[in-house]
Every structure is written in C-alpha cells, then in structure tokens.
Design a protein. Structure first.
Ligand SMILES: C[S@@+](CC[C@H](N)C(=O)[O-])C[C@H]1O[C@@H](n2cnc3c(N)ncnc32)[C@H](O)[C@@H]1O
Length: 317
C-alpha cells in the first residue's frame, strides 16, 4: 500500500504527550499512523492506544504497517472521532486515558488519491468525504452541497470556511451553471471557479480554486461541528495530568480549540455583571501552550504542509 503522509510536528506532540510504558492513549486522527506508531512504541506491550479514522484507506494502511509490529497494543477504529466516548467505552471500558491527540484536516495521501475529490488538480467525482461510505458516518456529499444549497449559504461557507474574497462571485456562478446542468466533477467545478474570478486572481501563486475546495471539504465533513463535539468529551475521558494535543490548520478550528481551552481553564463562566457565581463551573484544564506552537523553519522547508499548523496543549487538573 502506498499511503504517503509526513506527520507534522511529531516531536513537539510527543514531547507534550510524554507517553510512558503502560499508559492509555487515543489518536483521534490516525492518517498515515505517524503519531500512533510512535506512541505505541513508547507505551509498550502493557499500554494501549485507540487509533480512530473515518477513512478506510487509513485503517487498511495501518493494518499493513502494524502487521509486523512487535506489540499488539494498537486498536484501530474506523469511526468518527465525534463518537469518542462510545469508542473509548467499547475498548477501554471505564478506564481514563493519559493522552489524546487530534491532528485535524486531511492527509497528503487523501489529497493525492485520484479517486477522491479533494484536489483541484485531479478530475474526480465531487465527493470530499473523509469516510468513503458517507451515509454510515452522517456526512453530506459535496455534490449535494454544490447542487442543492442556496446561493447565500454557499457564499457563506466559501467566505467563512475558505476565507475566499470572491465568495459571492463563485457562489453566483455555481448557481448559474448548475441550473443548466448538475455539477458532478471536481474538473467542472474548477472550470466554474475560473469563470467566476477576475483574471488577475488566476495568475496568483495559490490556485484560485484552493479556498473554495477547502471550504467545501470542511462543510462536507462537518469538520467544525465534529471538533466542537469531541472537545468536551475529551475533558471527561482524560485522567488527572492527562494531556490533549490539538494540531489545526485553519483559523476557525484553532479558534474553537483556543476558546475551549480558555473556558475550561476558568472556574466561573458567568457574565462579569453577576455578583455571585450561578454556573458553578469548575476549571478542568491547565493550558500548557500560552502561545501557539508552530513548526520550525527546517520542518517547514521539508514539509510545506506544516507551515499553517498550530499546536495547542492542555492538561487535565
Ligand atoms: C492530518 S491527517 C492525520 C495524520 C496523522 N497524524 C499522521 O501522523 O499520519 C488527518 C486524518 O484525520 C481523519 N479525520 C478527519 N476528521 C475525522 C473525524 N471526524 N473522525 C475520524 N477521522 C477523521 C482524516 O481522514 C485523516 O486521515
């Protein structure tokens, strides 16, 4: 199997997670198994790690990679990490975990897969789902979004998730074209985006379809909702002194993580004008990365994907 993905900020993530022999971990985003295998080596035969991925390709690749692995301490789960509590109960029962890692977004192998619709450079069916059987995982198809969502909604996601300045023009063009014929392939979508944006925008270093593709991928997979759903569950699953490491590649994801960590590191969440606390919220986290951690220069040179990565860590009190 030819699954290529270079793990981003692996050393930094491992330093923060600090896996020890016999400990229990969850890798919510298995991908090319980069983090999972390194953690599995450190926790040894008495430890266990659940490695989750929506993508069967990642799971099959991991099966192949660990077929000769010396310990049998990796449990693979072809699931959505938003179901982390259910998954953890199934394999670890009531046991709390020592660390959780999320390395969000998509892997290089998924982007390079000719049969998937993630890349604007390859013509493929318009399906940007991480899991292949979308209905099993509650994902929407990209084709459905592009052909059925109202123009305003399309514009909103292209602007917000893609940070695309020509969102209005792109959404308008999509609606205009789909009225003539359904849009079924990534190639057709790229043509439409090219028709929508002004000429100067087509000659930029970044392809003019990049941001729209990113927006549609985030919407197709409910990426922000999944992140919002998994974080509160992760707090409950961690043992005292257990750590959560999140690597994000998009400012909206990073904001969700930052705000959640801040909220969970405060005792009371009542509005400032309340004289007495009503919420009784107790802090559960100590934030270990007051400033976000970024990939070093050398890593960015060797793996350009790491340029946009932001790593944040919190520790359960
Ligand atoms: C950036 S890659 C992870 C790379 C991995 N850390 C490594 O070292 O190879 C992200 C992976 O997360 C998976 N993924 C994204 N959202 C998911 C979700 N909600 N549930 C499960 N897997 C998800 C993707 O399918 C992809 O394989």
């Amino acid at each position: 199997m030819n699954y290529k993905h270079i793990p981003v900020m692996l050393n930094e993530a491992l330093n923060y997670l600090d896996p020890q022999a016999g400990q229990y971990f969850i890798d919510c985003t298995l991908g090319g198994s980069g983090y999972t295998i390194e953690i599995a080596k450190k926790i040894g035969p008495k430890g266990k790690i659940i490695a989750i991925d929506l993508d069967k390709m990642a799971i099959d690749n991991a099966k192949f990679q660990i077929s000769n692995f010396k310990f049998q301490n990796i449990i693979l789960a072809n699931e959505n990490f938003k179901n982390i509590t259910k998954i953890t109960k199934k394999y670890f029962h009531k046991k709390k975990v020592d660390g959780i890692v999320l390395d969000l977004g998509l892997s290089s192998a998924q982007l390079a897969d000719r049969n998937r619709g993630f890349s604007f450079q390859l013509d493929a069916p318009l399906n940007m789902s991480f899991g292949c059987q979308m209905s099993d995982f509650g994902c929407r198809t990209t084709e459905d979004i592009v052909n059925n969502w109202k123009q305003e909604k399309l514009e909103k996601i292209i602007r917000e998730y893609g940070e695309e300045r020509f969102a209005k023009r792109i959404a308008r063009k999509i609606v205009e074209c789909r009225e003539l014929k359904s849009i079924k392939t990534t190639g057709r979508l790229v043509e439409i985006i090219n028709q929508a944006v002004p000429d100067f925008y087509k000659n930029k270093k970044i392809n003019c379809a990049t941001k729209t593709f990113q927006a549609l991928r985030i919407a197709s997979n409910n990426e922000l909702e999944n992140l919002q759903t998994v974080l509160p569950q992760a707090v409950d699953l961690l043992a005292p002194a257990g750590r959560i490491v999140v690597i994000s590649y998009h400012s909206l994801e990073d904001r969700i993580v930052k705000n959640f960590f801040r909220q969970e590191s405060r005792d009371c969440l009542c509005p400032p004008n309340y004289p007495v606390c009503q919420c009784k919220h107790k802090r559960q986290f100590k934030i270990l990365t007051r400033k976000i951690v970024r990939a070093g220069e050398e890593e960015v040179l060797n793996n350009p994907r790491s340029r946009s990565a932001k790593l944040r860590v919190a520790e359960k009190i």
